[in-house]
Ligand binder design. Structure first.
Ligand code: ATR
Length: 298
């Protein structure tokens, strides 16, 4: 454990609510491992105070911050510079403060892609199906498009949101075939089986609604597709259980969490993050929380 003192460099996470964040655990272990005199703290920020946040970080000499729900878009107008990836995704999840200026990045898309590459998924030429059209979907769609996917279909409960996402990214990637649909049992039944990747970016399946899934149980999953769920609490979601039953490769949401954090860590510190160690710490923390929940239920 790092002993805080007058030289400690400080980063944190701006969100509302932010009580359940795993990022302090993940970055804490990384700072310790590299013997960096840094610390990472949760920074609860109600929406009406977003306008003051970047100035406050400067005033208090922070090196940077992560930004999470619901501030990833709202924070952008208060930053001096936004990197092109974050601009294209339309959201910032990482801030760096340097030389009196503030810089915005988005490492979510990188995180998703790294997690997929890690299991041997080949994005080049891939046919992708995204479930959901919120912020996480935008980052995933952008990173898959930038990595050379050939087709990307976005299915969302609110179909207008899927249309908006696709229209936006079509301009940035004119060579990719984009499409969108309403997310319903009927449209999923009609998904053809020439699909290499399905990603759940919705909150369906997340604690405390573990019994839910974005994919109806009586609809077969595309043959041979990699099934990725960005939900990591629980680790094995109902959607991933369906993938397992169908004999398909599943990717849980911890990889994305770790790698978006590892990239933020690199932006702040200039060091490669110890990703394997961060994963261990996150898994241990999730297991502890699970155990505490079970004890509360008894
Ligand atoms: P994030 O930044 O995590 O992507 P978000 O921007 O709030 O969060 O997006 C949440 C996504 O989950 C959206 O695609 C949302 O669908 P809508 O656009 O129709 O709201 C989807 N979602 C949330 N709850 C859902 C539910 N019960 N059924 C289907 N989709 C759901």
């Amino acid at each position: 454990m790092i002993q805080l003192n007058g030289f400690t460099k400080v980063v944190g996470i701006l969100g509302w609510p932010v009580e359940h964040t795993l990022s302090p655990v993940m970055h804490g272990i990384a700072f310790s491992n590299l013997n960096l005199n840094w610390t990472y703290i949760p920074l609860p920020l109600p929406p009406e105070r977003v306008k003051d946040a970047v100035r406050s970080l400067h005033t208090l000499n922070f090196v940077g911050a992560n930004v999470t729900v619901p501030h990833k878009q709202a924070i952008m107008r208060y930053l001096d510079e936004i990197d092109p990836t974050a601009q294209n995704i339309g959201a910032v999840n990482t801030i760096l403060l340097k030389g009196g200026k503030s810089y915005g990045y988005n490492t979510d898309g990188y995180g998703i892609l790294r997690a997929l590459l890690e299991v041997g998924f080949e994005p080049q030429g891939a046919r992708c199906l995204m479930l959901g059209a919120g912020g996480a979907s935008r980052a995933a769609v952008y990173s898959l498009a930038a990595a050379g996917a050939s087709t990307i279909a976005v299915y969302n409960r609110t179909v207008e949101r899927a249309a908006f996402l696709v229209d936006d990214l079509r301009l940035a990637f004119p060579h990719i075939t984009f499409s969108f649909e309403a997310l319903t049992p009927e449209t999923l039944t009609a998904v053809n089986h020439h699909c290499d990747l399905v990603v759940n970016t919705t909150s369906l399946g997340m604690f405390p609604h573990e019994e839910t899934t974005p994919w109806p149980e009586d609809v077969p999953l595309p043959e041979n597709a990699v099934i990725c769920d960005l939900v990591y609490n629980p680790l094995k979601t109902k959607f991933l259980q369906q993938a397992e039953t169908a004999g398909l490769r599943g990717v849980d949401g911890v990889g994305m969490l770790i790698y978006q954090g590892a990239e933020a860590f690199r932006i702040w510190t200039g060091h490669e993050a110890p990703a394997a160690l961060m994963r261990q710490a996150v898994l241990a923390e999730l297991a502890t929380r699970q155990k505490m929940m079970i004890m509360h239920e008894m």
